[in-house]
Design a protein around this ligand. Structure first.
Ligand code: DAH
Length: 345
C-alpha cells in the first residue's frame, strides 16, 4: 500500500477517535503484531535494496509519528474524561442552603424560666407540686373551710372516683399553686424560700382573659421575723428585673383566707406609664399578683409554730406576666398551637 495513503487514512481515523478503547483498537490495527505499519515494515525485506532504504525510512517515520500521535491522543482523551467528570460533579456553592427548621421553647416556658432565674438569684429554690390534689391541700389546709364562701372563688374540676363512694378527701385538679406551700412545709422546716411554677385548672367559660387552664407561680418565704418590708423588697426586685428598672409596684389591701393581711400587687402600666390607657382600663396600674403574710392557721396546719415563724406568700399568673411583657391581648393564643403566633418568640 502506498505509504502516503496509509498515513492519510491513519490520521483521519485518529482524528475521529474519542474513546480509549477505540484508541487501543487503532493502535492494534496499525502498530500491532499484524498491524498495517508492522506488516509494511516486515515486507521491506522483499524489496530491492534501493527501494528498501527509501520506503524503509518513510515507514519508520510513519511508525514513530503514529506512536507519538497515539500517546498525545491518549492524554487528550484522559483530559476530556476528567473535564467531563468535573462538570458533572460541580457544586454551586452560592445556592442558598435548605433551612433547617429549629424549634424553640414556648413563650410561657421562656417566661417561667426567666422568673425562676430571678428568684433563684434571690435565694429561692424551685419546687414542683402535683396537678391532681385533694381538697385538704387545695382548700382546708389553706384555711378555706368547706362552707367558706371563698371556695366559690375557684369553680373546680372535681375528679369522680366511681369505685370509692364517699371518698374523703375528694380529688380535684388544683385550682391554684398554693397547695404546694402546704406540701413543702409538711416536709421542710423553716427557714424556707421557695417558688413553684405550674399548671392550674378552673371551671370557667373561656374568653380573651380566661382559660380553663393556665399557669401560676407560687412563692413562699418563712423565717424568724420576715416582714411586709422584706416582702415588698423581694417583689420590687423581681418586677424590676422582669419588666425593667423603671417598673414601679404598689400594694393594695385585699382578702385571701390563707394570708393576713392580704394584698393585691399592681405594677405600673408599661404602655401608658400610669396615665391611663385601654390596656390598663384607664387605671394606670395593672393587677398582677395576690399576696400576703401567711395566716397563722396555715402554719398551724403544717405544725409550724406561728409564734416562732412568720413569712409571706404570693401567687401570680405566668400568662398574665407573659401577656404584659409581650403585649398579648388574648390568653387563648398560648394554647392555640398556632405557629404564626409561636414563631414570634
Ligand atoms: N392562690 C391565689 C389565687 O389563685 C393567689 C394567691 C394569693 C397566692 C395570695 C398566694 C397568696 O400565695 O398569698 O388567686
Amino acid at each position: 500500500m502506498d505509504i502516503k495513503n496509509l498515513k492519510k487514512q491513519a490520521q483521519k481515523e485518529l482524528n475521529l477517535l474519542v474513546k480509549i478503547d477505540d484508541l487501543k483498537e487503532f493502535e492494534k490495527k496499525y502498530l500491532g503484531k499484524k498491524g498495517k505499519v508492522t506488516e509494511l515494515l516486515k515486507s521491506l525485506k522483499n524489496l530491492p535494496q534501493k527501494e528498501r532504504r527509501l520506503i524503509g525510512k518513510e515507514a519508520n517515520e510513519l511508525r514513530d509519528k503514529l506512536m507519538l500521535a497515539i500517546k498525545a491522543k491518549k492524554e487528550e482523551i484522559k483530559r476530556n474524561e476528567i473535564e467531563e467528570k468535573e462538570k458533572q460533579e460541580w457544586i454551586d456553592i452560592t445556592v442558598p442552603a435548605k433551612k433547617i427548621e429549629k424549634g424553640h421553647l414556648h413563650p410561657l416556658t421562656q417566661v417561667a424560666e426567666k422568673v425562676e432565674e430571678i428568684f433563684m438569684s434571690l435565694g429561692f429554690s424551685v419546687i414542683e407540686g402535683p396537678e391532681i390534689e385533694n381538697e385538704w391541700y387545695n382548700f382546708d389546709a389553706l384555711n378555706i373551710p368547706k362552707d367558706h364562701p371563698a371556695r366559690d372563688l375557684w369553680d373546680t374540676f372535681w375528679i369522680k372516683e366511681p369505685s370509692t363512694k364517699n371518698q374523703e378527701p375528694k380529688l380535684l385538679l388544683r385550682t391554684h399553686t398554693s397547695p404546694v406551700q402546704i406540701h413543702y412545709m409538711e416536709k421542710h422546716k423553716p427557714p424556707l424560700r421557695i417558688i413553684s411554677p405550674g399548671r392550674i385548672y378552673r371551671y370557667e367559660a373561656t374568653d380573651a382573659s380566661h382559660e380553663i387552664n393556665f399557669y401560676q407561680v407560687e412563692g413562699l418565704m418563712i423565717d424568724k421575723d420576715t416582714s411586709v418590708a422584706n416582702f415588698y423588697f423581694i417583689m420590687e426586685e423581681f418586677f424590676k428585673s422582669f419588666f425593667g428598672k423603671e417598673t414601679k409596684i404598689r400594694l393594695r389591701p385585699s382578702f385571701f383566707p390563707f394570708t393576713e393581711p392580704s394584698f393585691e400587687i399592681d405594677v405600673l402600666c408599661s404602655i401608658c406609664k400610669g396615665k391611663g390607657c385601654s390596656v390598663c382600663s384607664q387605671r394606670g396600674w395593672i393587677e398582677i399578683a395576690g399576696a400576703g403574710m401567711v395566716h397563722p392557721n396555715v402554719l398551724k396546719a403544717v405544725k409550724i409554730n406561728p409564734k416562732n415563724w412568720q413569712g409571706f406568700a404570693f401567687g401570680m399568673g405566668l400568662d398574665r406576666l407573659a401577656m404584659m411583657k409581650y403585649k398579648i391581648n388574648d390568653i387563648r393564643l398560648f394554647y392555640s398551637s398556632d405557629l404564626r403566633f409561636l414563631k414570634q418568640f
